[in-house]
Design a protein around this ligand. Structure first.
Ligand SMILES: [Zn+2]
Length: 158
C-alpha cells in the first residue's frame, strides 16, 4: 500500500457521507475496488447508519409520545388530582414530614391496604388535612374562650 492510498483510507467517511468532490469520489472509488480495509469500513458504516436509522425511527416517536403523555397527565392532573394514589413516601412528601412520622400516624390517617402495601387516596388526605385545620381552629377558639373566661372570671370569681 503506497502513501497516497493510505491517505485515501482516511477519507472513507467523507466518501460515505458524500462529502467529496466528483473528482475525489472517482479517485476514492478506484481506491475502494482495491482496498479491502475501506470496503469493510464502508460496510460497517452502512450497518451503523441503518442501526441509527432504526433507532431514530423507533425511539423518537416513543419519546414524543411520552412527552405528550406527560403533558396530558399534568393537564388532567390539575383537574382530577382526587384520583391520585399516594404511597407512604408520597404522603410524607405531600405533608412535608419524615416517612417515619407518617408511619407513626398510620392509624390517624385515611390509609388503605392493597397487596400488602399501605396507600392513601389524595382526595381523602386533602379532606383529612381540611379536618385537621378545622379541628385546629376549633381548638384555638376553645383555648381563646378559656383564656378569655379565665381573665373575665379571675377578677370577679376569686
Ligand atoms: Zn482504503
Amino acid at each position: 500500500m503506497c502513501e497516497s492510498e493510505k491517505n485515501l483510507c482516511q477519507y472513507v467517511e467523507d466518501f460515505f457521507d458524500g462529502e467529496m468532490t466528483a473528482e475525489e469520489t472517482r479517485d476514492f472509488e478506484l481506491h475502494l475496488t482495491a482496498c479491502p480495509t475501506c470496503q469493510h469500513r464502508i460496510k460497517e458504516l452502512q450497518v451503523m447508519r441503518n442501526a441509527l436509522q432504526d433507532v431514530s425511527d423507533l425511539k423518537l416517536p416513543d419519546e414524543a409520545d411520552l412527552r405528550i403523555r406527560h403533558q396530558l397527565h399534568e393537564q388532567i392532573g390539575d383537574g382530577s388530582e382526587g384520583d391520585e394514589i399516594l404511597d407512604i413516601e408520597g404522603l410524607a412528601q405531600l405533608l412535608k414530614i419524615p416517612v417515619s412520622e407518617v408511619v407513626k400516624r398510620l392509624n390517624e390517617l385515611p390509609a388503605f391496604e392493597i397487596a400488602g402495601r399501605i396507600r392513601f387516596r389524595r382526595d381523602r388526605i386533602e379532606k383529612w388535612i381540611h379536618d385537621q385545620e378545622v379541628k385546629l381552629s376549633w381548638e384555638r377558639t376553645e383555648q381563646a374562650h378559656q383564656t378569655k373566661n379565665k381573665i373575665i372570671q379571675f377578677p370577679g370569681g376569686m
